[in-house]
Design a protein around this ligand. Sequence first.
Ligand code: CU
Length: 787
Amino acid sequence: MFGPQMAWPVIPLHATVARNGHLVTFGTPLDTARQGGVTYDDWDPALGTARSAHTQAPSMHGYDSFCNGAVTLPDGRILMVGGNSTTSTMTYDPVSRSQTMGANLARQRWYASALRLADDRVLVLGGANYYNTGAYRNPGDNSGVATVPEIGTGTGAWTSLTGATSTMAFGALDNRWWYPRAFNGPNGTVVGTSGDQVWRMSTSGTGSITRTATLPFNPRVSGSQVMYAPNRILVAGGGQPFNEDGTAATNRAAVVDVSGSTVRVTSTASMASARNWLNLSVLLDGRVLASGGTAVGTQGGTAVRRAEIWNPATGTWTAAATAQRTRTYHSTALLMPSGAVFTGGGGVPGPEDNLNAEMYYPPSLFTRGADGVVRWASRPTITTLAGSATYGGQLTLGMGDARTVREASLVSLGSVTHSYQTDERRIPLAVTQNGASVRVMLPTSASTLPPGDYLLSTVDSAGVPSPGQVLTINRSGAGTVTVGTTQTATGGSGTTTPPTGSVPLTAGTSVGLEAVNFPGYRVRHGNFQASLSQVSAASSGLDQADSSFVVRPGLAGSAGVSLEAVNYPGLYLRTNGTGGRVTLTRPDGSAAAAAASTFRPVTGLTGQNTSLELWSSPGVYLRHQDFQLFAQASDGGGGFRADATFAVRAGLAGAPAAAVLQGEGGALTGSAVVWNGSQGWTGTGYVANLITTGSSTTVTANRPAAGPVTLTVRYAGGGGGPTGPRTLGLLVNGQRVQTATFAATADWNSWALASAVVDLPAGNSTVGIVMGQGDTGWIDVDAITVG
Ligand SMILES: [Cu+2]
């Protein structure tokens, strides 16, 4: 499922997971949708999703990283080549955020790929002259595109690999120069695809390159490619030669096996959706996520927000969750150490400019219990990582428990842009296990496991992956690998203990609604939409207030409840039809609005805690889905039942101050009298005998600010008058503003509450209850609470 939408300081059209587990994103200036890579944003996922979890660094030397190539060097710095600064190179230190300009490239490299090789050198491929996106229209003219690769250490001079010059791989036809999709291949070679061409390159001497196969479809520049297993590349989607034409996308996919001297290309199942500008992401468990994209051109109306997942064991795709936002051209997706996938951006040019991101949580992170309830899965954890090893050697992992480890794997930490993640690969590792100690076998060659940063994780027998430990493979002399810095992964997983012990829904108290299957996550509002987010006593004051609601007697009937925002008096959680998203809305006084904001609390559909059924639609409940709140009819399944069950908690923020005004202290008119003959009243009595037209009691309320406020009337409605509900008018400053309905009570000693929302100006106002023309009258009024 996708988590809630996160505001992002830049459009993250480039994204790199650094060795310290932080996410570095860049591509636009801060908070604007303009092209220009002169601001680098660093997000520490351990600090949450607020702006305070982000730190920015400006470009120090004028280098503009927009549409460049990026790759992580052995020392952990990110090498950037080309982009808007065409021939420039720069290294960015994700820890100190310092920047160092490097040697210039021989050719302009706008939209070039950069690949760290098994021998630690960096290969720069493709690219074109500044903004030469139309090069494909003159396929015979290769003067404006970089057909010659360059190679270097990344910190010294660059050398042109003249022997590997190729229009087949880097020419104008189909814009094959546009981020060539390159990977480390067998025996120190480089393999890749450009358009529908599959090639193999040698970087020894002056280099050489040959075409090895042709894809069964042409992804051109808008498809995505990952090496999901050693020497096996999944290619899916695409078809556009550049981002502004109207080419329909393909849903086709193919597997390219580059392991042998003869490259084998086989089709695999097609995706459910055709996609230009999708992102493929290898997940910790070895499946591949396809997210985002557009069916036709880069047209927003054809955006595919539903993700799908490819299983390499079966070669089939399965539908996955749906994102809130369109993620198309200039969007990114990148596996995080937690096992979740960051998805963000898209835009400049549109169809949407997304200064936002969503985290995708794959199905392997969840489990469905015997009770049918879906929860976070209990995850294996790697607690210690001992020693160092060489290629072909072993590493010993200490696990958090002795559960069976089915497999271990390394997934590369990467840099992604334009649907291509540099050398994205997953390497399964054989394991032997002795209780909570697991030994993993490393591959025998740097071709299979190139030096670099990886996420090491284990998968248990239920298919649940551990959070990834960042593992650095350092090359020191031929054939030697050492384990460098390790980091503890954070985020993505929660406690697995379901909350119990709901507090009662007492009128006038502040409560929070905690999802039973996502402990720590509560219903909250934001921008007047209701969603689910992780909040606690450590959260910001705004987050605490947004997740706290005052319990009111149901606006449509006091046997129900309505939930008013503590920080927006008079605004209530409101349903918007079955299937609609819940909003925070001021009731307009109509019966329909009151019903849409009234819920019948029932025993939770999981058998404990609480579910909230719609007052006027039995069988329809509040439920969360993809961290948003909806009103939906139950399908009876365990997933629905869990999503519709909440533990009622004390609100993290208290209810605002309310004024209790005694009815008997008000100004009376008509037949109204102060009386005390019944039982159970408060104050010194109550107002009785509201039985003739024009009878009323009016009190004075004082509000610090103008705006809507809830009036709650304590009343009795016993026998002698009408048998059903009674109606009276609400007066504000002498004007009748609303007709209020009061359900009959068992007798005149039984008091009930009824609420309504009215608008009051700042300062003193009179508030009254009147039996007007057409009203039934016949209630006793004990008190009126304002706020
Ligand atoms: Cu671009």
